[in-house]
Design a protein around this ligand. Structure first.
Ligand code: CTP
Length: 398
């Protein structure tokens, strides 16, 4: 995912420096070229050899001991990197950068780069809350430096609070968000739905379906990676919210209807990937229904059709995409749904096709277009299909 990208990982002297090892190892696994720059204090926590073994590249620590492979080390690193990541970033390095102090290899190189710089602070809570640190962070943010918020939890000093470095996986997600893809959807607002809905029968039972949410989550993650301002309205699923996406959790179809319709007017592209339940119990029992009461009939009421309502309200330059999951007559039924719900495109998939379906990471879909364009067949990873759907949807905009 990061093949061809270069990341300069700058490690400063805090106990979280050991977590930078996992960040570097994760980046290498994703195919990125990684250069590590360490301060002298960082070398007290982790040895340069650790990073060198992972990156197969000399680690830069000393201003005056230039590695042989670089012309002028700080300039060549500064130019080569697509992104600088300072993790962990101590109060000291944040202060130096905010004041323009470049007195070691790390600060000199960061100062010399035009690449985006992502700062990941990690320090004691009181240090993080210190007004000087707050002011330095505010200044750097104003100047365009990117920041990740520290996490809350137990700190190495024994205290507990805000100041922990975010987990390496989160940092890697953020790095991907910054550089993994071209930002070709920047300026667009994308609204995606995902997952099943859950319709309560009583406080412990419900009607639902087997949707895992994977297709919708892949769409939202892909849109965010490509720079779109992305909102995901999700039914109950077991997936982590994608990085860089505003995720709104809902349970029932009625809640999803409210959440989607209150946001759709501002959206340029709306993709209904959720498996919305068509029916809900006519009434919900306030107490758990006892089996001795022997319920033999469940009366159902129809849920609102969110996509059909979106179709009625569709804006002038808004692209509306639906999904259609069938087990027979796929293409003709998908076409009929696309017309009836006033969608611009529909992704039709047959639940019985090998490689397609709810829980798997792959899908097999046929994209149909309202304007008569040729259908497009796609099969493979849901992530790749998500990118194709977004590319096609963006092209449909006038
Ligand atoms: N959909 C919706 N609201 C509903 C039902 C479905 O927005 N109450 C959306 C789905 O998110 C999907 C599209 O409509 O994008 C088609 O869903 P599907 O379940 O295939 O079709 P239905 O309209 O429910 O028709 P049927 O169940 O009869 O096939």
């Amino acid at each position: 995912m990061l093949k061809g990208k270069n990341v300069a990982v700058c490690v400063t002297g805090g106990i979280a420096a050991f977590k930078a090892v996992s960040v570097v190892s994760g980046l290498v696994k994703l195919g990125a070229g990684v250069d590590v720059i360490m301060t002298a204090h960082a070398c007290e926590f982790v040895t340069p050899l650790t990073f060198r073994s992972l990156t197969k590249t000399p680690v830069v620590t000393d201003m005056f001991a230039e590695p042989e492979h670089m012309d002028i080390a700080h300039i060549s690193l500064a130019q080569k990197a697509d992104l600088f990541v300072i993790a962990p970033a101590t109060a000291n390095v944040i202060g130096k950068l905010a004041c323009g102090i470049a007195d070691d290899m790390l600060t000199t190189t960061v100062m010399a780069t035009r690449a985006p710089v992502l700062i990941v602070p990690a320090m004691n809570t009181n240090m993080y809350d210190n007004p000087i640190v707050r002011e330095n962070i505010a200044k750097l943010k104003r100047l365009g430096y990117l920041f990740m918020e520290p996490a809350e939890g137990p700190l190495a000093c024994g205290a507990s609070g805000r100041g922990r470095m975010p987990e390496p996986a989160e940092i890697i997600e953020r790095i991907k968000l910054e550089i993994a893809r071209e930002k070709d959807l920047k300026g667009l607002r994308v609204l995606v739905t995902a997952g099943p809905t859950r319709e309560a029968i009583d406080p412990v039972r419900y009607i639902s379906n087997g949707s895992s949410g994977k297709m919708g989550y892949a769409l939202a993650a892909a849109a965010a990676l490509r720079g779109a301002e992305t909102t995901l309205v999700s039914g109950p699923v077991a997936l982590e919210p994608p990085a860089g996406v505003e995720t709104v959790s809902v349970v029932s179809a009625t809640e999803m209807y409210e959440a989607v319709l209150s946001r759709s007017a501002d959206s340029d592209i709306v993709i209904m990937a959720a498996a919305v339940g068509d029916f809900r119990p006519e009434s919900v029992s306030e107490e758990k229904i006892k089996k001795s009461s022997c319920v033999s009939e469940l009366r159902l009421a129809k849920n609102p059709d969110i996509l059909a309502e979106l179709g009625r309200r569709k804006g002038e330059n808004q692209v509306l995409a639906g999904f259609c999951m069938e087990t027979e007559d796929l293409i003709s039924r998908a076409r009929e749904k696309m017309e009836r719900k006033n969608c611009d495109m529909i992704a039709a998939n047959n639940l019985k096709t090998p490689g397609a379906g709810f829980a798997v990471d792959t899908n097999v879909v046929t994209l149909l277009f309202r304007d008569g364009r040729e259908p497009v067949k796609l099969s493979g990873a849901k992530t790749d299909i998500a990118h194709e759907i977004l590319t096609k949807a963006a092209r449909l905009r006038k």
